[in-house]
Design a binder for this molecule. Structure first.
Ligand SMILES: [Zn+2]
Length: 224
């Protein structure tokens, strides 16, 4: 197991997607989902299954099926509109699935039952680059290795996501600004002003000329 950073994918994903899509409550829920699969230790400790059994360590809680189940439960929770529900479910499912993925990158430990409930057998990834053999479960050495192999890539991912989000927002704003807006056409002189005497007529004529000039400048500005 990764010891320190199972919560980190949820935080990185939340930063990349932005606070409008992932609020702090959802981020905390995602972080808990990232840690939760290791509660399977309870099942082993209480003797429900052996260490390498389907319900043992890295068994059903370390599977894609379990991640989908958590995502489904998250989507069932009441929210405003189906889009938010689907988004929340997908976020929680990804956070849960990040757990066995991180575990599988380490070159020690039992493999995960990725395909539960279709298949309870353990499957290892071909690529297990994080060198944890001989490293204590807790301590500075493990922390630094996790920082290097998990923390730094996630930091890069979060920043790239944030950058793309900002660029997307700027582009959308630019596209919106460059769409021509209708220029208001000045209203013609009213008969009320005619009835109010020469001063009122003069004042309204000046306002009318101003409005015509502004409308002309507005159209010109939009053509530039
Ligand atoms: Zn684990």
């Amino acid at each position: 197991m990764a010891t320190y950073l199972h919560f980190a994918p949820a935080v990185a994903l939340a930063v990349a997607l932005g606070p409008r899509r992932v609020g702090w409550r959802l981020m905390v829920a995602g972080a808990l989902c990232g840690v939760m699969p290791d509660l399977d230790f309870v099942s082993v400790t209480m003797g429900f299954d052996r260490y390498s059994g389907t319900y043992g360590h890295r068994g059903f809680t370390h599977s894609l099926g379990f991640a989908l189940l958590i995502g489904l439960l998250g989507a069932l929770w009441p929210a405003d509109g189906w889009r938010r529900r689907v988004g929340r479910g997908a976020f929680l499912a990804l956070c849960t699935a990040s757990h066995p993925l991180l575990d599988s990158l380490f070159d020690v430990g039992i493999c995960s039952a990725w395909l539960w409930p279709l298949d309870g057998a353990r499957h290892c990834l071909d690529w297990r680059p994080v060198p944890m053999q001989g490293v204590a479960l807790f301590g500075e050495e493990r922390f630094l290795l996790e920082l290097q192999w998990i923390g730094v890539p996630l930091l890069v991912l979060a920043n790239v996501g944030m950058l793309l989000r900002h660029l997307g927002a700027r582009w959308t704003g630019w596209a919106r600004r460059s769409t021509p807006r209708p220029v208001p056409v000045p209203a013609p002189l009213t008969t009320t002003a005619e009835a109010q005497g020469p001063r009122a007529r003069r004042r309204q004529r000046v306002r009318y000329m101003n409005a015509v000039a502004l409308a002309w400048m507005g159209r010109r500005a939009q053509r530039l």
